[in-house]
Design a protein around this ligand. Structure first.
Ligand code: FAD
Length: 288
């Protein structure tokens, strides 16, 4: 199913994001997680593309297996980093050959372990180039990323939005946001995007805080701001894993409830390949 067709049918499109594990044990555990989340009847699941293209094979195999064997619509992430257009074309061929209809086209980040990194000669730098390329020979439903708190490398919020407009015009059917903890950032961003002429669904990306280490890592990677009230609640949890998880689940549940009440088209959960927090939030929202 093409993901864009799932929006606007009177039901929020709930999706779960996974990353390809590095070990066999990790894959076994991931398939258990996916099995547990399948009961929640997601609109789709997505599989990330490793930084620097490190998981290319695993991503293609995983989306194919999830869709063909587990029976959930699966979307592959793909970045411009580390691949020539010819290599990207070969990946798109393989995805299409496996029956994958949905692609999240991303610019990607320069590899952190290569300080002098330069884009692949003849390759693409920005997601909009990959979006255009994917429409040259293939027939994917294409998603793109967007940033309610502005992309960390953008010179300004205005420039970031202008680039987003260009990316959507290149052929993006829906957007998924970077994770955020303050819904005001999402609502303000959606209003700005609509004023700039972007009409495609903008799905909020949600990541519940599940541990102290997790929040430090996520905020460093995403640049997401922790609102003072959430920071105070985490402080009160005093690094206790159970209490921290309770705070994270309660916060994300309240975020999701308000987002749906105010007409967000769906919810995209960054699951970190684990199901408990996401299942609890889902149960609170949808009673399953
Ligand atoms: C939902 C989601 C999923 C993600 N999945 C992955 C994943 O699987 N693998 C992975 O490695 N990373 C992933 N990322 C991270 C993403 O690759 C990084 O945030 C990356 O830095 C930007 O990707 P983008 O597609 O948003 O890039 P772009 O749309 O290319 O934007 C990147 C930056 O360049 C600027 N820009 C865009 N076009 C131009 C232009 N023409 N000229 C000048 N500046 C321009 C933008 O304003 C922005 O600052 C994901 C992010 C999100 C939100």
């Amino acid at each position: 199913m093409r993901i864009a067709e799932a929006f606007g049918r009177g039901r929020p499109v709930v999706s779960f994001e996974f990353f390809p594990p590095k070990t066999e044990a990790g894959f076994r555990s991931l398939y258990r997680t996916i099995g547990e989340l399948k009961h929640l009847d997601p609109g789709f699941v997505s599989v990330t593309w490793g930084a620097g293209g490190s998981t290319r094979r695993a991503t293609v195999e995983l989306v194919a297996r999830i869709q063909q064997e587990i029976g959930i619509t699966a979307m592959a992430h793909l970045t411009c980093v580390g691949s020539t257009p010819q290599e990207l074309g070969e990946i798109l061929d393989r995805l299409e050959g496996a029956g994958i209809e949905n692609l999240l086209a991303l610019g990607g980040d320069p590899p952190r372990d290569q300080p002098g990194y330069r884009p692949t000669p003849g390759g693409f730098t920005y997601a909009c180039e990959l979006v255009s390329f994917a429409h040259t020979r293939w027939n994917f439903c294409v998603g793109g990323a967007c940033y309610p708190e502005t992309h960390p490398r953008a010179p300004s919020a205005e420039a970031d939005l202008a680039h987003l407009v260009r990316k959507v015009r290149a052929g993006v059917d829906f957007l998924i946001t970077q994770l955020f903890f303050d819904n005001a950032d999402y609502f303000t961003f959606v209003a700005r995007a609509r004023a700039a002429g972007i009409t495609v669904p903008i799905v909020p990306g949600i990541m519940p805080v599940v541990s102290r280490q997790n929040i430090v890592r996520i905020t460093a990677l995403s640049g997401a701001r922790i609102p003072p009230e959430l920071a105070a609640r985490l402080e009160l949890a005093e690094d206790d894993p159970v209490r921290t998880l309770e705070v994270g689940v309660a916060w994300a549940t309240a975020q999701c409830r308000e987002l749906l009440d105010r007409d967000a088209p769906g919810l995209h959960f960054y699951t970190l390949n684990q199901s408990p927090a996401t299942r609890r939030i889902h149960a609170s929202l949808f009673g399953e």
